[in-house]
Design a binder for this molecule. Structure first.
Ligand code: ADP
Length: 716
């Protein structure tokens, strides 16, 4: 066995000291002959290149020393022509030719031949040739051609498997090997296995291949095993003399005597070994060995890149499937539809004939969503969690897969009906809650790959989200329904209460006015004193009932406006007059308005209701007094009324509830103040019907300003 670096070749070893490192192949030999073809000068380099000593060569015919026998005749003929004509095709040129060493071996040479010269005018003509061994250059060319071809093959191949035969052929045929083999490391078995083979045409490699295929090499064993454990090229120049080459006899029968192997090295270490065999007993040249090292790491990188590419493709596909799944699951907010979509997505993405979503509730599992390629359904079937093997684990958040043999009777009915007897399960969680299980079913147990597992978990997570969304939507819808029902109840109450209260109140008001005007006779003093107070309270009640009736009309779309041009200043003055009796002692209502009319197109009585409400509130919610200001102005095509008080004010958090139906805001300060929560709502709705609006601004403890505006109508 020879490990790198190989020993220098025997020729180099024997060479004289100055040439030891160079070797004869890199020398230029100088040979001079006369026109008869006799050697007259033979350089030291020529001694090394051809193996003839100068003393032996000088005086001999050149054709008997370095010209291969088959070219000798042509050589002599050329000399003859030169003697006769003084010219020849090779003279003064550089040619490539075969040259012969003393040991009988031939090599390609570059020969540069001088034109014939004479030392003195009448002396014999001499021809000098510079001869250079081209073997090394040829080898380099072969190595480059091989490297180029390997690179091209790899660029065009998807996997090492696919590239291997062509790569072996490219290396083998370019470098002159007889057989090449690719061994790959089986990490589980801890051994090298033959993956691909190439043999040169004309070699019957059958027996050697069969023998190789029957072997697996552990680290250190045989040529492949040694390459594997050393991680670098190994040369076995003489197979039969090697005690760690079990295939030696078979190799010898095919005529193979030398071998070399190199590792395929990736970032993960040695992943394979390539070996080549030759019919020569000779170690490979250093250039070949270093190229093999390069090719080995090139193959390793190729495998790495292709692996990374295929992983990437796999992840992209997974992401696409998950995106599709997310799309499918978002298509509906109906839980039943979503759960069926989950099952269908999982079955289709993972190629399972059936998938189900099992909802867990009170220790029972129920088929809440399902997809079955044959259309079989078991929806709604229930069985205890303990009946499904592995279910408890999955509900604790783990993955489980296996056979369904040991199931209880309830689940057995389902497995019998669907023909499914194996399951792979992932948990479905919505937030922190365990919703249930996503189960992938098949007829026989099936191992899921890493990517498939990721997909199953991914779909289960999406399912959790979709379940959460569907649940929120259901709650929202239920809430909406309850609110709508409450709304209807409020409307019904408004209608009923206002109508039922109106008749008795009319009677009450009639009798009160008869009491007041004496139609029912003189009243005792004590009674006469309370009549005005009763009249005021009845008027207040009428106002409230009127408000309720008006709101009921608004909601039933029965409210009809009767529009006309009015001066906002007058409407405000009328409202203020009507409200003055509600002012507390010392409390004033101050009105400011422009001198010119502030004309608006409005339903006077509805506008009075709205303004009356604002002024009334301003007085009502100022229990400690303070003036109420009513400021009318004209601006930007709008007639505006601002009602300002210095009362309790409204907290920012409550502002949103102003103007809503029954939107009473009860606080510690205003809880003694009576109201229905309809006033502002009604006021704003009425003003909006007249193309205007009302807004509010307030600072708690300082007071509020309500602003009402309507499009102004230019004076005629
Ligand atoms: P209510 O019949 O309760 O007065 P409104 O719709 O008129 O109903 O008013 C709704 C709520 O707005 C009231 O409960 C009150 O808390 C608040 N509010 C209205 N006007 C004022 C104001 N000028 N100052 C302080 N709070 C007010």
């Amino acid at each position: 066995m020879t490990s790198l670096p190989p020993p220098p070749s025997p020729e180099a070893e024997e060479a004289p000291a100055p040439f030891r490192v160079l070797g004869p192949a890199s020398l230029t030999a100088l040979v001079t002959i006369d026109e008869r073809g006799m050697v007259v000068a033979w350089s030291t380099e020529a001694e090394l290149v051809f193996g003839w000593a100068a003393a032996e060569a000088v005086g001999r015919r050149l054709s008997e020393t370095i010209i291969p026998a088959r070219y000798r005749e042509a050589h002599e003929a050329g000399l003859q022509r030169m003697r006769e004509t003084g010219a020849g095709p090779a003279l003064g040129r550089v040619i490539e030719a075969s040259a012969l060493r003393r040991d009988g071996s031939e090599f390609d040479a570059e020969v540069s031949i001088s034109p014939p010269t004479t030392r003195d005018d009448d002396g014999p003509r001499l021809i000098t040739a510079f001869v250079r061994d081209l073997t090394e250059r040829r080898r380099l060319e072969q190595v480059h051609a091989m490297h180029f071809e390997v690179t091209r093959i790899l660029a065009e191949s998807a996997t090492l498997d696919a590239a291997a035969p062509a790569v072996l052929a490219a290396i083998g045929s370019n470098l002159g090997y007889g057989i090449g083999m690719l061994w790959v490391v089986d990490r589980v078995a801890g051994a090298l296995e033959l993956q691909a083979m190439w043999s040169r045409a004309g070699i019957d490699a059958g027996e050697f291949e069969a023998h190789s295929r029957s072997l697996v090499f552990s680290p250190g064993v045989g040529l492949p095993g040694r390459v594997w454990s050393s991680g670098s090229p190994v040369a076995v120049p003489n197979l039969s003399a090697d005690d760690n080459f079990p295939r030696a006899p078979t190799a010898a029968r095919v005529g193979l005597h030398g071998g070399v192997g190199f590792p395929i090295v990736s970032a993960y270490g040695v992943i394979g070994v390539v070996e080549f065999f030759t019919d020569e007993v000779q170690p490979p040249e250093p250039v070949v060995l270093s190229t093999m090292t390069d090719v080995g790491s090139q193959l390793g990188q190729f495998v790495e890149h292709r692996l990374a590419e295929s992983l990437l493709r796999l992840r992209v596909r997974e992401l696409e499937v998950l995106r599709g799944a997310a799309h499918a699951l978002n298509a509906s907010l109906d839980l039943d539809v979503v759960l069926d979509a989950v099952a269908r997505t999982a079955a289709e993405a993972l190629g399972a004939p059936r998938a189900t979503v099992l909802r867990v509730e009170g220790g029972m599992l129920e088929i809440a969503g399902e997809y079955d390629e044959s259309g079989t359904t078991a929806r709604g079937r229930r069985w205890p969690v303990s009946d499904l093997p592995g279910a408890d684990k999955v509900l604790r958040g783990e993955f489980w897969s296996g056979a369904l043999d040991a199931t209880g009777p309830a689940l057995r009915r389902v497995t019998d009906a669907t023909g499914m007897n194996a399951v792979a399960m992932a948990p479905v969680r919505s937030g922190t809650e365990t919703f249930g299980i996503l189960a992938l079913l098949s007829r026989t147990p099936r191992a899921l790959g890493e990517g498939e597992l990721r997909l199953l978990h991914g779909i289960a997570s999406l399912a959790g989200l979709a379940v959460g969304n569907a649940e929120s939507f259901r709650l929202e819808r239920e809430h909406g329904r309850r609110m709508a029902a409450l709304d209807t109840a409020k409307s019904q109450f408004l209608n009923l209460a206002s109508h039922e209260l109106r008749s008795p109140l009319t009677v009450l008001r009639g009798y009160l006015s008869m009491l007041a005007d004496g139609s029912l006779g003189p009243l005792p003093d004590g009674v006469a004193r309370v009549v005005p107070m009763l009249t005021a309270k009845v008027a207040q009640m009428s106002g409230l009932i009127e408000e309720m009736l008006e709101t009921a009309r608004l909601e039933d779309h029965r409210l009809q406006l009767s529009m006309g041009i009015v001066d906002l200043r007058e409407v405000v003055r009328a409202c203020v007059r009507a409200c003055e009796h509600s002012a507390q002692p010392g409390q004033r209502i101050v009105v400011q308005h422009p001198d010119t009319p502030a004309q608006v197109n409005a339903d006077v009585s509805r506008l009075e209701t709205a303004i009356g409400n604002l002024v009334d509130n301003a007085l009502k919610y100022s229990p400690m007094g303070g003036d109420v200001e009513c400021v009318v102005s004209l601006q930007d095509g709008m007639a505006t009324l601002q009602v300002r008080d210095r009362g309790l004010g409204i907290a920012p958090v409550d502002m949103d509830r102003l103007f809503t139906r029954f939107g009473r805001i009860v606080t510690a300060e205003n809880s003694h103040i009576l109201g229905t929560g309809l006033g502002l709502y009604l006021a704003r709705e009425l003003v909006r019907m007249q193309d205007g609006d009302i807004s509010a601004a307030s600072t708690p403890g300082e007071g509020s300003t309500f602003t009402l505006w309507l499009p102004s109508v230019p004076a005629p």
